[in-house]
Design a protein around this ligand. Structure first.
Ligand SMILES: [Zn+2]
Length: 377
């Protein structure tokens, strides 16, 4: 691997979208199940992939093993060090100064934002997942008529110290959402249908009117609204996760000036770049795909930055559970950005001074501006 540009190597990252890390040790089966969004399959290993080879090239040295260590040796060394030490090593090696942590996805216990920040030696902020708040309100037994008010007040409480909210409409209804803010009457009708249907199990909101209501609640709180876009696990209908489907809603949100953060985006990263160019408040990243594309991450970054203004592009790992993923995302992002900027320098597109400035913007300052973190740091 070529050396990184020194400005890229030394720049602390703001990871504006990640989740908590596992408390427990990860054995081979856990690594296989959490390396990517896939479900694994009989007779094969998910490590036979771009993400897998990047993992085994980059991660073993952080645990004092040679690159390309065998998975069995790697797992043994991991167990020897223990989960906390392993988490600390990878999170510190990621070189992050700020983490924005989505606390709404907890299929098993993971660290809180503060615990994650302590492991990383970074400042951690919370991003509140909108659907989770609505589902908690429903589970508490609120009726349809009081649903809108109860959600607004629960969200105000939950976001008191948060820096953003997140919508997973992509997972629930797809992104072909209408534009307007639904009236409380429409919300009550939709909530009534949803609560009646949800009587038999835990409530899971998946209704176009309610998704839109939640998004507008976030806008009204004037907090940046993150959207899951594109690539995800088999729960998403990927063809309904093209960010262009959000165009009417983005147009409606634009006059409020509230930032909209399009997460992941792959394989629609070019479409997302277009939206970042034409809508002043839209920001984009290529999180999750960075480590999943492994050696192809530079191609992804170059495509994402074809149209996206450099002042609208952010770093995120979208790491969940495995501490390796925070490091892998950061390391591959750094090498992709370094290659991108080095090409620009070689072609005399800009000066070294400009490369230093772009590095600072893309790695940290764009996120600090969009989430208004500067005053808090
Ligand atoms: Zn995520």
């Amino acid at each position: 691997m070529p050396d990184l540009l020194s400005c890229v190597a030394e720049q602390p990252l703001v990871d504006h979208h990640c989740h908590g890390v596992l408390y427990r040790d990860a054995d081979e089966a856990t690594l296989e199940s959490m390396l990517n969004e896939g479900a694994g399959w009989t007779g094969g290993s998910v490590f036979d992939s771009q993400a897998g080879f990047a993992f085994l090239r980059l991660c073993p040295p952080v645990l004092d093993l040679p690159p390309h260590a065998e998975l069995g040796d790697y797992v043994a060394r991991r167990a020897e060090l223990g989960a906390t030490e392993v988490s600390k090593r990878f999170l510190v090696a990621a070189g992050v100064s700020v983490l924005c942590v989505d606390t709404g996805f907890t299929p098993e216990p993971v660290t809180s934002p503060d615990e994650l920040g302590d492991l990383a030696g970074a400042t951690a902020y919370e991003i509140v997942r909108l659907e989770r708040v609505a589902e908690d309100v429903a589970a508490a037994g609120v009726g349809a008529a009081g649903f809108a008010d109860a959600v607004r007040s629960a969200l105000a409480t939950r976001t008191a110290s948060a820096v953003g909210v997140k919508s997973i409409a992509a997972y629930r209804t797809g992104l072909d959402l209408r534009a307007g803010r639904p009236s409380d009457f429409e919300v009550a009708a939709a909530a009534g249908r949803w609560l009646a249907a949800a009587k038999s199990g835990p409530p899971r909101v998946a209704d176009e009117t309610l998704q839109r209501f939640l998004i507008w609640c976030g806008v009204d709180l004037r907090l940046p609204v993150q959207f899951h876009v594109g690539y995800g696990d088999s729960d998403v209908d990927l063809h309904r996760c093209n960010p262009l489907l959000l165009t009417p809603l983005l147009r409606a949100i634009q006059p409020t000036g509230v930032p909209v953060m399009l997460l992941h985006n792959y394989p629609y990263h070019r479409e997302a770049g277009y939206l970042a160019q034409v809508f002043p408040q839209v920001y984009v990243d290529a999180g999750l795909a960075t480590h999943n594309l492994g050696a192809r991450a530079p191609a992804l970054l170059a495509e994402a930055l074809e149209l996206a203004p450099y002042g609208k592009f952010l770093y995120s790992s979208d790491a969940f559970g495995l501490p390796e993923l925070y490091y892998l995302g950061a390391a591959l992002f750094r090498s992709a950005l370094s290659e991108f900027l080095r090409n620009g320098l070689t072609e005399d597109l800009y000066t070294e001074r400009a490369a230093v400035r772009l590095t600072r913007m893309i790695c940290a300052d764009n996120a600090k501006r969009a989430y208004q973190l500067a005053s808090q740091m």
